[in-house]
Design a protein around this ligand. Structure first.
Ligand SMILES: Cc1cc2nc3c(=O)[nH]c(=O)nc-3n(C[C@H](O)[C@H](O)[C@H](O)COP(=O)(O)O)c2cc1C
Length: 209
């Protein structure tokens, strides 16, 4: 299947059947998320993949989205509350290791990134980190469609409840957006057979040649 066919096939599923997504497919989706672009390459977020039934039920308690509990797997995207020197140092060390260069060769890189984030408020950096999670969400949506796994991106959840149940505060993280994975229930999902609705391409795009 080509990319456009994959994207036409996917939709935000409202009702899942009970089939579970294989670990191989979940791992491929997580791998794709890990390969997402992020500003400065800092990847200022973490992803939690929840398949525990009891925990999914608790996470879905305050939400109108039954997909939280009914999905096979639930991916929770959680951004860091702040950008610290430690984050920049960790990336610099990883780059040195992965590329086989001494850390001293990356000193200019470290200083420019570290000092840039220090010119901004924690609130600005937090917002920046949240934006990066949405890039990861986009990658995950495409990866899931490519794996023929259904999914639902959701902002309709209780972030305070998620943060508490997943212990995110202690990790200096907060939940921003979630993606459920599973397989559509063809019979009871009212969206399953409806045409996808998008504004015309030439209304969305202005070409400047
Ligand atoms: C950031 C974001 C948040 C969303 N939140 C919800 C949600 O809480 N519940 C839900 O059923 N769908 C949610 N959606 C799905 C959108 O309604 C859906 O993507 C949109 O209507 C386009 O339709 P399609 O994805 O089925 O093609 C969300 C989508 C995005 C990108």
């Amino acid at each position: 299947m080509n990319l456009i066919e994959d994207l036409n096939w996917r939709y935000a599923v409202k009702k899942y059947n009970s089939e579970k997504v294989s670990e191989e497919k979940v791992n491929n989706i997580l791998h794709a998320i890990n390969l997402s672009a992020s500003s400065c390459g800092l990847q200022p977020y973490r992803v939690f993949a929840v398949s525990n039934e009891e925990l999914k039920a608790k996470l879905g308690a305050n939400s109108f989205n039954g997909q939280i509990a009914d999905s096979s797997h639930l991916l929770v995207f959680a951004a860091y509350n702040s950008v610290t020197t430690e984050h920049v140092q960790n990336l610099t060390s990883l780059m040195a290791e992965e590329r086989g260069v001494p850390e001293s060769a990356l000193q200019d890189f470290f200083i420019s990134i570290d000092s840039y984030f220090k010119t901004r408020t924690d609130e600005q950096n937090k917002l920046w980190a949240e934006k990066q999670t949405y890039i990861a969400l986009g990658t995950a949506l495409i990866a899931a469609a490519n794996e023929k796994v259904d999914s639902t991106p959701m902002e309709g959840f209780d972030p305070a409840l998620f943060d508490e149940l997943l212990g995110l505060q202690e990790l200096d993280l907060h939940s921003t957006v979630i993606l459920s994975l599973g397989y559509r229930d063809h019979e009871s999902d009212y969206l399953a057979n409806l045409k996808k609705v998008r504004i015309p391409l030439d209304e969305m795009v202005t070409r400047i040649d």
